[in-house]
Ligand binder design. Structure first.
Ligand code: ADP
Ligand code: MG
Length: 696
């Protein structure tokens, strides 16, 4: 029986609010809405949370305590007892091998639903009660004719997510009726040749089998089709958007890049690594085009990304184009300012630094120079993306440590007429699978090697009890002129207690094991001048030990620092620990990292163990992603991770890659989506969903 009055057209019917469905009143429709189901058609895509295999029947005599069983039985007798405020409904159920009792509490209406002699299928757990076996509140289904159209038992049964006011049986029945009546007519938006080539289910089949699978194999096929769909539509939407954007926007093309590159290389005190040369080539090819480059440069800490970015800035300057280099913190912005100024000094290029603590007097002049074009290179923090800052000819934006910025901040600089080329850099390598979605609109360049001569960092996980011994050993090294970091976990600079611990640690070290050495303290509450002074003293070797909060995580460069102690290492994330550790091992001496920590969870222990075993940023990022899941991986600010309903970025990485490749192929082919109106319409609809979600 169809679940509603026959529709004018299936499409119209499916787009109606779910309350038009038979058996769904205002209460149920509210409950469904809470689960994200607005229209009748949404029910097709309301996927089960899990499945229970109730397709194999056992005989009553073989039932053992503790098992989940499915039985095909008939009703021998029934009784309804009342016990104070409680009702107990009990039936004796039998087959040719014997009988068993089943009970339900506080469901007195059940007494009216069954009659002696009814054939039914029950599924539930067998428990011993009053020294006899019985089934407690099993799922049941009265057999009317064939067993083929059972809903709750006798098959692989879907188990849906529930919300208040919505029972498993109710939702299951609604979905079943809808599917029986209409799934076959569901329009398949996928081009047939593609579906055949990839061996994917037809849509009606996939919808039917994802809800009420005939077998495990068919369930797998259905899931494959639907997961592919989800990724495929997402990638199509993304690629279509990129194509639109790229067609519509222009950039200043950089010329003479080769000549500049040659001269610049000669001015460097070191030779570039193969990885650096390769990405410089990739970036140069992009930047030579009159369409804006959108490229992500990923490379482990210390792989030399800043130099690469500086090449790009040099090309721009040679072309009379302004560049912006933006860093997430003032400390890092200042350091970049120094590095880039030094690297570009042989060419007489002037850089300006603009951060929140730039004095108003200087600020006015800097803004004027940017507006007139007198300042070709601006380096700073997000102070650089305010409306009042105008450029004369901005053609390149470099963003360091991209994951520290929100999605929206990235786009603020890119708004406007002619778009600058964009290079974003990150030392938290994006696992490939995430790269295809989160940074799906960026091309990716990767530096996989560190400059030659870097020694591996030996990492140890040490219990607090051995702290003294380790610190004394470090003190010996300090005597030989080496330097050390001691890191305290002040994740949020607002956490007073954490900051207090860092200050106390500093006082203890200074008066204790490191009393013969100059010890410095740096944290987010210090003024810019204070930070500057400490950093400078550390870099010049006056301060031997730098006690710091996680501030040093990004970018600080002192090759003479060889030892690092991380207190309460269990409070840091895996990638963050890796970043911190990257501050040492930058010179030609052996480096050592000591993680003090007593993690209480298995996951916490695994994190620290991973660090002692590998120094490969990619391996660590993959592990971190696996431990935390895509949502948490890049922190709460990074909200660009699309939420998929059935696909899982980690588990289904292969399907994601396939979907990406097929989407690219379809878009590039003559006609692209225009040749597929059904697909195009579907993509447009999904597109709204994907990109709305990514905004906030
Ligand atoms: P990243 O930003 O990728 O972590 P940096 O750009 O800060 O790395 O570089 C780390 C250090 O390595 C810097 O001191 C830099 O001068 C140096 N460096 C960069 N490239 C090379 C190279 N090819 N050979 C030797 N040292 C290099
Ligand atoms: Mg860096």
């Amino acid at each position: 029986m169809p679940p509603a009055t026959p529709p004018d057209s299936l499409e119209n019917f499916l787009s109606r609010p779910v309350r038009y469905l038979r058996g769904v009143g205002p209460k149920r429709s509210e409950a469904l809405q809470r689960l994200g189901i607005e229209t009748i058609g949404d029910l097709f895509y309301f996927f089960p949370r899990r499945y229970e295999d109730r397709s194999r029947f056992v005989t009553v005599e073989s039932v053992a305590a503790g098992q989940f069983v499915t039985l095909k039985v008939s009703v021998l007798s029934k009784t309804l007892k009342r016990l104070r405020a409680m009702t107990i409904f009990e039936m004796a159920l039998g087959d040719s091998s014997g009988f068993i009792h089943a009970t339900w509490f506080n469901q007195p209406y059940l007494a009216r639903q069954f009659s002696e002699g009814d054939e039914l299928i029950v599924s539930g757990k067998a428990d011993v009660y009053n020294s006899r076996l019985q089934l407690n509140s099993p799922e049941y289904e009265v057999l009317t004719g064939s067993t083929e159209d059972t809903v709750h038992t006798g098959r692989i049964v879907p188990v849906y997510p529930l919300s208040e006011g919505l029972g498993q049986r109710g939702i299951r029945r609604a979905v079943k009726e809808l599917i029986d009546a209409y799934a076959d007519e569901a329009a398949d938006f996928m081009p047939e040749d593609l579906r055949d080539r990839l061996g994917l289910d037809r849509l009606p089949e996939a919808i039917r089998n994802v809800h009420f699978p005939e077998s495990q194999e068919l369930l797998e096929c259905a899931r494959r089709r639907l997961i592919f769909d989800e990724f495929f539509l997402f990638e199509l939407a993304l690629l279509a958007k990129i194509h639109r954007d790229r067609r519509a926007t222009r950039a200043y093309p950089f010329s003479h890049t080769e000549k500049v590159t040659e001269n610049f290389k000669k001015s460097l005190p070191f030779g570039l690594t193969g990885g650096q040369l390769e990405v410089i080539g990739e970036i140069a090819r992009d930047a030579a085009k009159p369409v804006p480059m959108r490229r992500l440069l990923q490379g482990d800490v210390g792989s030399g990304k800043t130099v690469v970015a500086t090449f790009c800035i040099a090309w721009a300057q040679r072309n009379g184009i302004q560049s912006v280099l933006m860093a997430p913190t003032e400390v890092l912005a200042e350091q970049h300012y120094q590095t880039v100024s030094r690297l570009l000094s042989p060419f007489g290029t002037r850089c300006v630094l603009l951060t929140g603590s730039t004095p108003a007097s200087e600020r006015g002049e800097i803004l004027a120079d940017l507006r007139s074009g007198r300042a070709p290179v601006a380096i700073g923090t997000h102070s650089l993306i305010q409306d009042e800052i105008k450029f004369s000819k901005l053609g390149l934006v470099v963003i360091d440590e991209q994951h520290k910025f929100g999605v929206r901040q990235r786009s603020a600089l890119l708004a406007g007429g002619i778009k600058p080329h964009l290079l974003v850099m990150t030392a938290t390598p994006i696992p490939r699978t995430l790269g295809l979605t989160l940074y799906g609109d960026l091309d990716i360049s990767t530096i996989r090697e560190l400059p030659a001569g870097r020694k591996p960092i030996q990492t140890f996980w040490i219990t607090q009890a051995r702290e003294e011994e380790v610190l004394r050993r470090i003190a010996e090294k300090l005597k030989e002129g080496e330097q050390a970091y001691v890191i305290y976990p002040v994740i949020e600079e607002t956490e007073k207690s954490d900051l207090a611990a860092a200050k106390k640690g500093y006082a203890d070290l200074r008066g204790g094991v490191f009393r013969d050495f100059q010890v410095g303290l740096i944290h987010g509450r210090l003024s810019r001048q204070e930070k500057d002074r400490v950093m400078k003293d550390f870099k010049e070797g006056k301060v031997k030990v730098l006690v710091s909060t996680s501030l040093v995580e990004v970018g600080i460069d002192n090759p003479n620092a060889t030892h690092m102690v991380i207190e309460h290492a269990e409070k840091f994330g895996l990638s963050q620990l890796h970043q911190l550790r990257g501050r040492i091992g930058r010179g030609d001496r052996d480096s050592y990292c000591f993680l003090f920590g007593e993690p209480t969870t298995e996951e916490g222990k695994r994190r620290l163990r991973v660090l002692t075993k590998t120094q490969d940023g990619f391996a660590i990022a993959e592990e971190d992603l696996a431990l935390r899941g895509p949502g948490d991986f890049l922190g709460t600010r990074q909200s660009g991770v699309p939420l998929f309903k059935i696909g899982d970025l980690l588990r289904d990485a292969d399907l994601l890659r396939l979907a990406r490749a097929e989407a690219a192929r379809l878009i590039e082919r003559q006609g692209g989506m225009a040749a597929n109106p059904a697909l195009r319409e579907k993509v447009e609809r999904e597109s709204r969903h994907f990109f709305n979600q990514a905004q906030d």
